[in-house]
Write a protein that binds this ligand. Structure first.
Ligand SMILES: *Cc1c(COP(=O)(O)O)cnc(C)c1O
Length: 367
């Protein structure tokens, strides 16, 4: 039995008639940039996130970059980011010309460690940028209280956490600004590039709205040097369809995670995901950790089970950031994770037999 990492074709098949309907409505509207579909998606997604405002943008990276610009982060400012994240979080900071201040994760949850944030703050800190990594919320209360005391903003990278809850509240509606990616493989995925910023602050929302549209509020009146990063209206129409199914699809991911958890519990070589009691994750990824990760991955591949390493190189050791002068040993927790993590197949369209197949294969393949 082949086990794919994620089956996007099956997702499309399940929603075929609704997606076709959205496509036809969009084509017949005669309006292809911003407009009704975008406004409808923005208001539906803001409501879903239990937030006030949503501004749709071109990509998740643009959401992060425009969020930083909207609060005037730029050259000379420092932004605290996790060492353990996808490189996009870091790129947003360097794109606005600010300085990256990396902070190591908690060893249990792999999310940013609030205690270490405290000691990374300086007079130049302008924002803290935590990530809901693998679909699991970071400790919002701990980070927010540090940020409030320091008078800095919290800009969340929620590319992986659509639908997750923290102490009962929906992520996306908790911090000052939260940024979302709708890259096709995310929990809420489009059929192309798309992203969004959510916030309760009307001024921040308005600023992002202007920045995404050439810095213009009134046509041909340009108040600042913005960019062109409007969410694609066809993607907005597709995302409206998918949003209606998100909770149900996240519930299926949760079921898979539960099966993995129970099946793998007794294997002492593996470290399973740790979920704090305040977290209700959406399992964008199910990440296990073990010393001989590469060997296990190779053997699973031979059996037709697809796994992925998120991520093989931490941002500070990637060639892109050579100029920052970091070396191996600077952030040992993130470095150790890149050597030991393995993401198992998890998606809303996995065959119910998959967890069993994967668990059995892992038991067989381990030394
Ligand atoms: C996917 C992702 C992004 C970037 O999103 P794009 O839509 O691809 O630009 C940013 N941060 C994290 C953690 C991601 O997983």
């Amino acid at each position: 039995m082949k086990v794919p990492f994620l089956d996007l074709q099956a997702a499309t098949n399940e929603l075929r008639s609704e997606l076709d309907e959205a496509y036809r409505r969009f084509m017949d509207s005669g309006w292809y940039i911003l407009g009704e579909e975008v406004e409808a998606f923005e208001s539906e997604y803001a409501e879903y996130c239990e937030s006030e405002h949503c501004v749709g943008v071109g990509t998740g990276l643009d959401a992060l970059t425009l969020a930083l610009r909207a609060i005037d982060v730029g050259p000379g400012d420092e932004v605290i980011v996790p060492t353990n994240t996808y490189i996009a979080t870091w790129l947003a900071v360097t794109q606005v010309g600010a300085t990256i201040v990396p902070v190591e994760p908690d060893e249990q949850t792999y999310n940013i460690n609030p205690t270490l944030i405290q000691s990374a703050l300086t007079k130049k800190t302008k924002a803290i940028m935590p990530v809901n990594l693998y679909g699991q919320p970071f400790d919002y209360d701990a980070v927010t209280s540090i940020a409030n005391d320091a008078g800095v903003k919290v800009v969340v990278d929620n590319a992986q956490g659509q639908g997750a809850r923290y102490k009962g509240r929906r992520v996306g509606g908790i911090a000052n600004i939260e940024c979302h990616s709708f890259y096709p493989s995310k929990n809420l995925g489009a059929y192309g590039e798309a992203g969004a910023v959510t916030t309760r602050d009307p001024q921040i929302a308005e600023r992002v709205r202007v920045l995404r549209n050439y810095g213009s509020k009134i046509r041909y009146h340009n108040d600042e040097c913005g960019t062109n990063s409007r969410i694609d209206a066809l993607q907005a129409a597709f995302l409206r369809v998918k949003l209606r199914h998100l909770d149900q699809w996240n519930a299926r991911r949760k079921e898979l995670a539960r099966s993995y958890g129970m099946g793998l519990l007794k294997i002492s070589q593996l470290q399973l995901p740790v979920v704090p009691e305040w977290a209700d994750p959406v399992w964008h990824l199910f990440v296990i950790r073990l010393p001989h990760r590469n060997k296990l991955q190779e053997r699973l591949t031979q059996r037709g089970i697809q796994t992925i390493i998120h991520y093989p190189i931490p941002p500070h050791l990637s060639k892109a950031y050579e100029a920052l002068g970091y070396k191996r040993g600077d952030f040992p927790i993130a470095e150790c994770l890149t050597d030991e993590v393995l993401s198992l197949p998890v998606g809303p369209h996995a065959d119910p037999a998959h967890p069993n197949v994967v668990v059995t294969a892992i038991v067989d393949c381990l030394p």
